[in-house]
Design a protein around this ligand. Structure first.
Ligand code: GLA
Length: 660
């Protein structure tokens, strides 16, 4: 069956509360908890002193009650004795400040001293619990990189130099890649290189980009070191760590990390606002595709309000269930929350939980227990895979990093927002789409949209050209195709790498000032960016033109037919409402149509999981009004409704389309 549970922090509570906890867990249908995530200070009160007795007792208690344990390696937050003895493990900011103890995750990813102590703890945990039948998985650290992804310490400098020496082989190759003849930056030895610490002006862009790659790799390397210990001591227990495919968390290239864990796990927190529901689905979708379409584990989300947004509003009725089931729709086989019992003390005491401050006699606990019962009725879904869509949005960490660096035409550009706007446009049209990493196999997709695909190595350029030559329909847009993997400009006119494929030329970038906008003849409004697009051949069709100001009459959106395929360019930021009509046209030419009845498009998100015999069709009411999904092919699972209240979800089954 699907897993259901939470982070469980029993060390924050007296012993008698543990008995109440397991009673309520059983009542709610909880069958897994993540344990010991922030327990280092309890487990190792001093160098060489260990105290596992309390954890033994908790694990036994859970096991007796049929609750499995996703056991943390407990290394997420080093204890005060360690940082007092070894302040040299503390991370350093770009301007040389220290991230002091007192919160959490105050450790340098590259510190040999931290590693020595943390890996000792990992070994002790693995040895202690290797035979405990409750342990179903290892949970490495916690949200690696949440607070410490960028460390500019001397340890980081040393590790960065080693990483660069491996990447470039010689200092001359690095000088070429970094373009160091600009501003007299030529190095004669790797020892001269520093992380991009706060400097007098803009740091070298390739140095900045490489530091981002290095920082993601350094934490990935740390993840591997914990994992390798676990794999030796407990080869049969799967290992994971909780990713953060959410919001603007961008430091960790999870597409690159996914291969390091036995199953992908993710944390997601709802971002209130007009695209909140879209962002929720986007994150779940990308996570599912990072997991290769295989089931994954929703390690954390919230039952209601969080405590770290500027204003922390509670979830509306039905949203708890909708949010959880949206993750399940996109392939999650586990629904877990932060956290089981809302803390009385500490920085997260105002963060919601499965058992709120009010206790079990509360709307939140009743919703939690209700969802637990419903998840039991979804047991057959467990183990099924994502059923691929016919369209894809490419998501590329290198382009995210590179396109948002400083010294650019505009510092207003937001990579993830543009990708999300396209996703919203797909949702508005009722079209299923997969959000896939840029390394994914694209051959099964009729339409591929690559928003702000800025960093384009020759190999990726070639793959996309082949995709179009083979009949694929490719769409990209402003600030795409601009640079190669070294952040050097593709010459010959923008959009550089894609200028020939798209059959267009942009001579100067078109960033717009705040408050400025330009109208298009299709009714859309450009803000933030509006390239004046020159078609370079007769095979290029103009899909939309600007109608106001200096741009009036110029092309904004173009498409070039290439055999059975095409390559389209979106020169302006149109936002989700402006993208939808253009996408409708592009999707129709690619042969795509919505699987939803017309009246449900936009109101309902449809997501499909399949086990090869049966398709599980999830229908998510994205709106605050009731909808009726009777017209969708399939039969509701027993107990699931066709009339969907605001924010409600239904699951239909139908026979899977024959494959192979
Ligand atoms: C993260 C952490 C948890 C908790 C939650 C609060 O996801 O992993 O420990 O702090 O945020 O939202």
């Amino acid at each position: 069956r699907l897993a259901y549970g939470a982070d469980y922090n029993p060390e924050q509570w007296p012993r008698e509360t543990w008995d109440e906890d397991v009673r309520l867990m059983r009542e709610a249908g909880v069958n897994v908890v993540s344990l010991a995530i922030f327990s280092w200070a309890r487990l190792q009160p001093a160098r060489g002193a260990w105290d596992f007795a309390w954890l033994d007792e908790v694990i036994d208690l859970l096991h007796e009650n049929g609750i499995a344990v996703d056991l943390a390696t407990a290394t997420a937050s080093p204890p005060p004795w360690l940082t007092t003895e070894h302040p040299e493990i503390l991370p350093v900011t770009a301007s040389g400040g220290i991230l002091w103890p007192g919160a959490r995750q105050h450790w340098r990813p590259t510190s040999p001293v931290f590693r020595e102590h943390a890996l000792k703890l990992v070994t002790a945990m693995a040895e202690r619990y290797k035979d405990h039948p409750a342990v179903c998985a290892w949970h490495i650290s916690n949200e690696l990189g949440c607070h410490n992804i960028y460390d500019y310490s001397d340890d980081a400098a040393r590790a960065f130099r080693g990483w660069l020496a491996e990447r470039y082989g010689s200092i001359d190759v690095l000088n070429d890649a970094w373009g160091t003849d600009f501003w007299s930056q030529r190095y004669t030895d790797f020892q001269q290189i520093l992380p991009p610490r706060q400097a007098a002006s803009h740091a070298n862009p390739t140095q900045q980009l490489d530091f981002k790659r290095f920082s993601s790799d350094a934490l990935k390397q740390y993840l591997r070191e914990e994992r390798d210990i676990l794999n030796v001591i407990t080869p049969d227990i799967p290992v994971t760590t909780n990713f953060m495919v959410m919001g603007e968390t961008k430091g960790m290239d999870y597409a690159d990390w996914a291969g390091e864990v036995d199953f992908v796990a993710n944390d997601h927190y709802f971002v209130p606002g007009p695209q909140g529901v879209d962002e929720l689905s986007f994150s779940a979708n990308l996570t599912g595709n990072i997991a290769g379409g295989n089931p994954w584990f929703l390690m954390e989300h919230s039952t209601s309000a969080v405590n770290w947004q500027p204003v922390n509003t509670p979830k509306k009725p039905g949203a708890l269930r909708r949010d959880s089931l949206t993750h399940v729709a996109h392939g999650a086989d586990a629904v877990c929350y932060f956290q089981w019992r809302q803390s009385r003390a500490g920085a997260e005491k105002f963060h919601s939980a499965m058992v709120p401050h009010a206790g079990e006699d509360s709307p939140i606990f009743r919703s939690v227990a209700g969802l637990g019962r419903e998840l039991e009725s979804l047991s057959d879904v467990a183990g099924s895979h994502r059923s691929p869509a016919s369209a894809a949005i490419l998501f590329d960490w290198n382009s995210w990093w590179a396109s948002e660096q400083d010294s650019h035409p505009s510092d207003r550009l937001r990579y993830k927002q543009e990708a999300l706007d396209w996703y919203s446009a797909f949702l508005a049209l009722g079209l299923r789409v997969d959000v896939v990493p840029s390394a994914a196999d694209l051959s099964g997709y009729a339409l591929v949209v690559a928003p702000i695909l800025h960093a384009v190595p020759a190999a990726l350029k070639g793959r996309l050209e082949d995709y179009v030559q083979n009949g694929g329909h490719f769409v990209t847009g402003y600030f795409s195709g601009i640079a190669d993997e070294n952040d050097h400009i593709w010459l010959g006119g923008y959009p550089g790498a894609f200028a020939d494929l798209l059959g267009v030329r942009v001579d100067e970038f078109g960033p717009l000032l705040d408050g400025e906008s330009i109208q298009l003849d299709n009714g859309a409004t450009a803000t933030l960016w509006a390239d004046r697009v020159q078609p370079s051949g007769h095979d290029v069709e103009i899909l939309a033109r600007y109608t106001t100001g200096e741009h009036s009459g110029d092309a904004a959106v173009t498409r070039r037919a290439v055999g059975n395929g095409s390559a389209a360019y979106m020169g302006a930021r149109l936002g989700a409402p402006g993208l939808a009509p253009v996408l409708a046209d592009l999707a129709a030419s690619a042969g795509l149509s919505s699987e939803l009845p017309a009246e449900l498009r936009g109101a309902v998100e449809m997501v499909v999981r399949t086990d090869g015999r049966t398709d599980y069709v999830f229908l998510i009411n994205r709106t605050d009004t009731a909808v009726d999904v009777t017209g969708v092919e399939g039969a509701p699972l027993p107990g699931w409704e066709s009339k969907l209240d605001p924010r409600s979800v239904s699951v239909l089954t139908r026979r899977a389309a024959a494959t192979g």
